[in-house]
Design a protein around this ligand. Structure first.
Ligand code: ADP
Ligand code: ZN
Length: 631
């Protein structure tokens, strides 16, 4: 046993240097220390210099400007396009005892006036501002009169005209520097590619700013990509076995499939809400608010949903359709597990996805260069789907971090896929396409597979395709096997898709296969299974948030969750504004009995300790048991 003196010494060695920023971090947020580049970034701003910050979703960008806003004199002005979320962000800060407000178009005149007054009176630590408000001369004059600690430009990739989320008002933000040259600026984004980064720096006049590029890995997210057989049933099995009662997002390509899937889940007893651009504005914002506030809801959505959703306890992101690009996939899956707890990114993908995407590109508007660009994005996404090596390694390499090695927490690491030599089946398929081509005919995958399997369907017979020399030469594979071959050849560009009907044709690369100059290794299609739950090393029967808790601890965690839900409801704020899962977990694991002990837990700062401490202690002591009366 070390003496208390020795202990004090060790802790003095490991305790980071006390700085005003760390003091704020501990007192207000209750966090022990900064993570990654946070400390250096905060330092840079506190020294009055500019910074450009690239961090994946969940990396902890907000603290990079929130902490300096509290340390520096004046108000931190946060430019954000996410108007719908400002009220929640302000609520979350208020719960921490931070004085925050926002100015946007959703406010009533008297609310705006009150916020403006608070700003001028120096009573705000942080002010969220919609970019379009800066257009207004009145707002500029208001800022002239206020004391400004810093400008934070959130979602900075919105300034990129070639990016996926361009907002014209962002171009105007270079004025910040011109009008208030002495105020430090910090631009933040989760979009990582080099080109976007350079564009942000130029357009925001930040070329002289220090750049902080974080590690893009999200180790707590397990990446899995499965062949699509019966998507709804697969989704249901995934939710029931791995994420029962947990919050998550299911992405679908079309509005119709959003509606269908949400209705299906509801019918199966899984609470689900739809979200897409075709829904009434009010319905959309109600559904979003419910998803943020309530525990255990599944949001079924098109990609219209999600930007800026900083709900920390999204336990899974499921894709029922293939995303268009790796960027999109990474951004969408990144919404899972911001709190660092185990989460799953699950994608079901099949032949029809490839056909549909290739077709969409083929018939898309825009010039050839634009189509080539779309094609490149899709190819990278398909390569990720078909890879036989670690998915995470491939993802990280795509974002400029090659050589990370196998991760042990993706499906290809957990169950390494087998490969087989698919050269001969590929030749059979391609020569069927060649023979039809000679007759001036083109067909889709289904018909080609019928021919190869020797199925004399009405269509095959009436078209005279039983006469083809390749009719019935593919019986070594079954229907599913053939669809797998076609999908993989499409994915790797050895077969092409043409026209509105998604018919298959040759590509430049096909010739080498037909001439026997190129081998075609293929992934073995896994047998369809009810559930792949047992595949992973750790137990997935427990929900992500309770994974490492003992029985009684898990029971306490559930009671704490119930207390949190009731408290959040009473106060009209999202559950995570009260406490994050990670904090409740730590409380459940340690079961502290005094306020002092409670205050040492990560995520419990001074304001929350005072406000929620008694409720937590009562719950731990078992005084808030829902079934108390029956005892
Ligand atoms: P981003 O904006 O980059 O997506 P957030 O700022 O929302 O990420 O942070 C993600 C999560 O990590 C939040 O729950 C936040 O409270 C938590 N977090 C951030 N920094 C720290 C830290 N230094 N210590 C503990 N938790 C942190
Ligand atoms: Zn891996």
């Amino acid at each position: 046993m070390p003496t208390s003196e020795a202990r004090a010494e060790t802790s003095a060695v490991t305790t980071p240097e006390p700085t005003p920023a760390r003091e704020v971090l501990r007192r207000v947020w209750g966090y022990d220390d900064f993570r990654g580049d946070q400390a250096a970034i905060v330092e840079e701003i506190l020294a009055g210099r500019d910074a450009l910050v690239l961090m994946p979703t969940g990396g902890g960008k907000s603290l990079c400007y929130q902490v300096p806003s509290l340390v520096r004199a004046g108000t931190g002005i946060v430019i954000s396009p996410l108007i719908a979320l400002m009220a929640d962000q302000v609520d979350a800060l208020s719960a921490l005892g931070v004085r925050a407000g926002f100015l946007n178009s959703t406010q009533l005149p008297h609310e705006r006036a009150a916020t403006e007054q608070a700003l001028l009176a120096g009573e705000l630590d942080l002010l969220y501002l919609a970019p379009e408000r800066l257009r207004v001369a009145e707002t500029q004059r208001l800022l002239d009169q206020a004391r400004i600690a810093l400008f934070a430009i959130d979602e900075a990739h919105c300034v990129s005209q070639w990016g996926h989320d361009f907002r014209p008002d962002y171009l105007r933000l270079s004025m910040l520097h011109e009008r208030w040259p002495d105020v430090p600026r910090i631009a933040l984004t989760a979009t990582a590619t080099d080109a976007t980064r350079r564009e942000i720096a130029t357009r925001l006049d930040l070329t002289g700013a220090r750049q902080f590029v974080a590690d893009f890995d999200r180790p707590n997210i397990q990446y899995r990509i499965v062949p699509k057989n019966s998507p709804q049933q697969q989704l249901l099995a995934f939710l029931r076995t791995e994420h029962p009662g947990e919050s998550g997002i299911v992405y679908c390509l079309s509005r119709a499939s959003v509606e269908r899937t949400a209705a299906f889940l509801e019918k199966q007893g899984i609470p689900a809400l739809p979200y897409h651009a075709g829904l009434d504005r009010q319905v959309r914002s109600d559904n979003q608010a419910r998803f943020l506030r309530e525990d255990g809801l599944v949001m079924v959505a098109t990609i219209a949903f999600g930007m800026g959703i900083d709900k920390p306890d999204v336990r899974f992101v499921a894709h029922l359709d293939l995303p268009k690009s790796v960027e999109g996939y990474y951004q969408e899956t990144g919404r899972a597990g911001r709190d660092g707890l185990p989460s799953t990114a699950w994608l079901a993908y099949g032949l029809a996805d490839v056909v549909q995407h290739r077709k969409m590109i083929e018939t898309s508007e825009g010039d050839a260069a634009h189509r080539r660009n779309l094609g490149r994005h899709l190819d990278a996404m398909l390569a990720l789907c078909e890879t036989v090596t670690c998915r995470r390694e491939q993802l990280l390499a795509y974002f400029g971090q090659p050589g990370s090695g196998a991760c042990g927490n993706c499906d290809t690491c957990l169950e390494p896929p087998q490969t087989w030599d698919g050269t001969i089946p590929a030749q059979k398929l391609l020569s069927t396409i060649v023979r039809l081509d000679r007759r001036g005919q083109r067909y889709g995958a289904g018909h080609l597979v019928d021919i190869l399997l020797g199925r004399a369907t009405d269509r095959v017979t009436s078209l005279g395709h039983t006469d083809l020399t390749t009719f019935g030469i593919g019986t070594e594979l079954d229907e599913r096997g053939w669809r797998g071959v076609v999908r993989q050849l499409l994915a790797t560009g050895l077969v092409g898709v043409e026209g509105d009907y998604g018919t298959l044709g040759l590509t430049e690369a096909s010739g080498a296969v037909l001439r026997g100059e190129r081998e075609v290794p293929l992934r073995t299609e896994p047998e369809p299974r009810r559930s792949r739950a047992k595949a992973s090393g750790r137990s997935r029967s427990a929900s992500g948030a309770t994974a490492e808790l003992s029985g009684p601890q898990a029971e306490l965690f559930e009671r704490l969750r119930a207390w949190r839900a009731a408290t959040a409801k009473e106060q009209g704020v999202p559950a995570y504004v009260v406490f994050h899962d990670a904090t409740l977990r730590a409380v459940a694991a340690q079961a502290p009995t005094t306020t002092g002990e409670l205050g040492t837990i990560s995520g419990i700062g001074a304001a929350k300790l005072e406000r929620y401490g008694p409720g937590l202690l009562a719950t731990i002591a078992g005084e808030n048991r829902p079934d108390d009366s029956s005892r």
